[in-house]
Design a protein around this ligand. Structure first.
Ligand SMILES: [Zn+2]
Length: 207
C-alpha cells in the first residue's frame, strides 16, 4: 500500500482570511461613498464570456502555466440545506468545502466571475486545498477553463446534472458520488477538494 499524501490544510486563520477577501472601493461622489464587496478572486488573465452553447464560461485571455492559481473561491458559509433554499438561479453555485458546507453567494446581486467556471469531463483545472483553483496543464488564449465537479461535489445530498461538455469521455450525468469512481480518483489525484481527498485516503487505507 503506497501512502497517499494528504493536502496541506490551510490553518484556520489563513482560511478565514482568504474566505473574506474583501475589496473596499471608496468612490467620492459629493458626500456619498460606494463600497464594492468581493468574496473571491480570479486571475486577471481570465475573463467571463458567452460560450455560445450553454450560457457563460471563463476563458483565458493570455497563456497560463500548469499549477498557476486561476481563482480563489469565497463567500458566505452555508449548509447544503441552507443552499437548497436559495433562488433557483444561484442554488448550485456554492463551492462545496465539506460534506455539509458550501461557500458562496446568497443573493443574485453578488454574482462573481468565479461563479461561471463550467464543468468538463476533460478538465484543464483542478482544486488545490479548499478554495484554490489551479491549472492542471498549460493553457492557451481563448481556451475555456473547466474543472470536473467530481473534484468538489460529495456528501449525502443527492445531486445530478446533465453534462453537455462534449468530451469523448463525457459521463453524461454528473452526480454527488462521482468522486467514488476509482478511475477519477486516479486521474484527479492532487486536484480533489481537501475533504474528498481525505475520504479517498481513508478508503484506500482500509483496503
Ligand atoms: Zn461531460
Amino acid at each position: 500500500m503506497v501512502p497517499v499524501p494528504i493536502f496541506p490544510l490551510l490553518t484556520h486563520s489563513r482560511f478565514l482570511t482568504l474566505i473574506h477577501v474583501v475589496k473596499l472601493t471608496h468612490m467620492e461622489k459629493g458626500n456619498s461613498q460606494k463600497k464594492e464587496r468581493m468574496f473571491s478572486w480570479m486571475n486577471s488573465k481570465l475573463e467571463v464570456r458567452d460560450t455560445g452553447k450553454y450560457g457563460k464560461g471563463v476563458f483565458a485571455t493570455e497563456n497560463l502555466q500548469k499549477n498557476d492559481i486561476l481563482a480563489m473561491f469565497g463567500g458566505y458559509v452555508m449548509t447544503l440545506d441552507e443552499e437548497s433554499l436559495l433562488p433557483e438561479n444561484i442554488r448550485d453555485l456554492g463551492h462545496q468545502i465539506s460534506d455539509d458546507f458550501v461557500i458562496g453567494i446568497n443573493d443574485v446581486a453578488d454574482l462573481q466571475s468565479v461563479d461561471y467556471f463550467n464543468h468538463s469531463c476533460n478538465p484543464n483545472a483542478g482544486i488545490n486545498g479548499q478554495i484554490f483553483l489551479v491549472a492542471m496543464e498549460d493553457v492557451i488564449p481563448d481556451e475555456q477553463i473547466c474543472f470536473d465537479y467530481a473534484m468538489t461535489v460529495g456528501g449525502d445530498e443527492p445531486y445530478s446534472l446533465e453534462c453537455l461538455c462534449g468530451s469523448e469521455n463525457c459521463r453524461r450525468v454528473i452526480s454527488n458520488t462521482d468522486w467514488e469512481n476509482p478511475e477519477l480518483q486516479k486521474k484527479y489525484r492532487g486536484y480533489f477538494q481537501w475533504y474528498l481527498q481525505e475520504k479517498i485516503n481513508k478508503l484506500q487505507q482500509a483496503l
